[in-house]
Design a protein around this ligand. Structure first.
Ligand code: SF4
Ligand code: SF4
Ligand code: SF4
Length: 187
């Protein structure tokens, strides 16, 4: 058992999209611009209207935030969404009827429709591919040439992610939503 999370040294990102390609290849994600478990967006502009500037780096990595307080899980009328023993928000595929309540409830737009399986899909930290084979890295992490991504067990004080979060400042996305994300952006 673990409590998996991911930290992003987001200012190092060069927007090469290698992570997105690796995720699709590893996890068999459908092709198409709107089918993705992760995407890269521009960081929020900082400064006032007349003096707008991008934070250094300019790119933010987005994917399921693996919320401790997950709106998608609460919104599903079929109890199809659950948290597994590693803290990853998962789906009983046979229970999903594409009511899309979870997509509407997610504040991070993390889910998309998998038209082949007729389910909503999202990042599950490569749990049914790499982690199930005993690997300890995710496809997006291992592929990133800029070493933006740090994946690991938040409950292990000796993991790289725990050490990094104890030493660096960070923020989470949309804290006003009280979702308690397990994705952290290093400043
Ligand atoms: S980011 Fe969205 S899909 Fe992921 S756990 Fe939170 S509410 Fe659910
Ligand atoms: S952790 Fe795995 S499933 Fe999630 S975005 Fe990265 S490569 Fe895709
Ligand atoms: S692979 Fe790394 S550097 Fe490239 S877009 Fe993804 S996070 Fe950014």
């Amino acid at each position: 058992m673990a409590k998996y999370g991911m930290a992003f040294d987001y200012k190092l990102c060069i927007n090469c999209h290698a992570c997105e390609v690796a995720c699709k290849e590893e996890n068999g994600i459908l092709l198409g611009a709107d089918k993705h478990r992760l995407w890269i967006g521009e960081s929020e502009p900082v400064g006032d209207f007349y003096n707008l500037a991008r934070d250094k780096g300019g790119f933010l990595q987005h994917q399921c935030q693996q919320c401790e307080n997950a709106p998608c899980l609460k919104a599903c009328p079929n109890d199809a969404i659950y948290r597994d023993e590693n803290g990853i928000i998962q789906l009983y595929e046979s229970k999903c009827d594409l009511s899309l309540n979870c997509m509407d409830a997610c504040p991070y737009d993390a889910r998309y429709i998998d038209e082949k399986k007729h389910i909503t899909d999202k990042c599950i930290f490569c749990s049914d591919t790499r982690l199930s084979r005993g690997e300890t890295t995710t496809a997006c992490q291992i592929t990133c040439p800029a070493k933006v991504r740090i994946f690991g067990d938040l409950d292990d004080e000796n993991s790289e992610i725990s050490k990094t979060l104890s030493q660096r400042e960070y923020f989470t996305l949309k804290p006003e939503k009280n979702t308690e994300p397990k994705l952290f952006y290093l400043v």
